[in-house]
Ligand binder design. Structure first.
Ligand code: 5GP
Length: 131
């Protein structure tokens, strides 16, 4: 069965898309730990990030770099943190999380809530900043 992220890539499940090319896809996390929390995924459905072909993993990071730079311009933060967990969704993904302190990447803390309009505006703003 296709993963929830494959369904997002196919457009079967809606997402706040930021960027896509033939191999990678970036979209806002629906339950962000901080505003701008973004997921970057390979279209190839592989559960564990470090099972990816090394070249694909490298290219995924380069794709994520472009997104992280645009994200940092859009959401005021000291830096964009990178987290890999994969305990919930068995489709390799990198979390990009704008952070000013360690607390901003604490997945247990209360999460910010955004309206659909705010999610859409944020995704569009990040997208516009991609170089
Ligand atoms: P992990 O697998 O790394 O533990 O966490 C999966 C992440 O995917 C979580 O941060 C969760 O909020 C996010 N997520 C799960 N389902 C969806 C979804 O349908 N849409 C979006 N945009 N994010 C999701």
């Amino acid at each position: 069965m296709a993963s929830i992220f494959t369904k997002i890539i196919r457009g079967e499940i809606p997402s706040y898309k930021i960027a896509e090319d033939d191999r990678f896809f970036a979209f806002l996390d629906i339950n962000p730990v901080s505003k701008g929390h973004t997921l970057v995924i390979p279209k190839q459905e592989t559960d564990y990030l470090f099972d990816l072909n090394p070249a694909l993993l490298g290219d995924l990071m380069q794709f994520a770099q472009k997104i992280a730079r645009a994200l940092k311009q859009t959401v005021a933060c000291k830096r964009v943190g990178v987290v890999v967990m994969g305990l919930e969704v068995p489709h390799a993904h990198i979390h990009l999380i704008p952070m000013n302190s360690e607390a901003d990447i604490d997945f247990r803390k209360p999460k910010p809530t955004l309206t659909p309009e705010e999610f859409t505006a944020l995704a569009n703003e990040i997208k516009a900043g991609i170089k």
